[in-house]
Design a protein around this ligand. Structure first.
Ligand SMILES: [Zn+2]
Length: 144
């Protein structure tokens, strides 16, 4: 048994690392109604109520369209502001919330409908008690 302590810990349940440590997303889709969730352990569909046996796991696209964005100017102590909290409709679903970066703060650069990609990066230098780092998802504009 070996434990590779150099691998970061996913900061969200919908981030999974493959055997080489490469991060990706995992999601579930309801086969009864088509609803998609950024989750891998749902017990029922929130839209139609179908049970877990109707939910299939899939690997979502790492590209999507910006649904909404909010410039956050006040945060918890230790959280650098401003940052952009965004909601992105991934191509084929699901919808995922996260931080949008590398856009600047001009309204035209964070307008609804811009194309973005998911990238993975260290979660702002945070560590657990054992000193392990976390990995989180971010959104960046595709055209930048
Ligand atoms: Zn459903």
């Amino acid at each position: 048994m070996t434990t590779d302590t150099s691998l970061p810990i996913p900061a969200f349940s919908f981030i999974k690392l493959d055997k080489s440590g490469k991060p990706g997303l995992v999601a579930q889709r309801c086969t009864a109604c088509g609803a998609a969730y950024a989750d891998s352990e749902r017990v029922a569909c929130g839209k139609c109520g179908a049970r877990a046996d109707k939910l299939e796991t899939f690997t979502p696209s790492l590209e999507g369209t910006l649904h909404s964005a909010v410039i956050v100017k006040r945060g918890f102590p230790g959280v650098d502001v401003p940052f952009i909290s965004a909601v992105v409709d991934l191509d084929g679903g699901p919808t995922v919330k996260g931080t949008l970066r590398n856009t600047g703060f001009e309204p035209e650069n964070i307008a609804q409908g811009i194309r973005v990609k998911v990238c993975f990066d260290d979660a702002l230098g945070r560590k657990d008690k054992q000193g392990n780092s976390f990995i989180a998802h971010y959104f960046e504009p595709i055209s930048a």
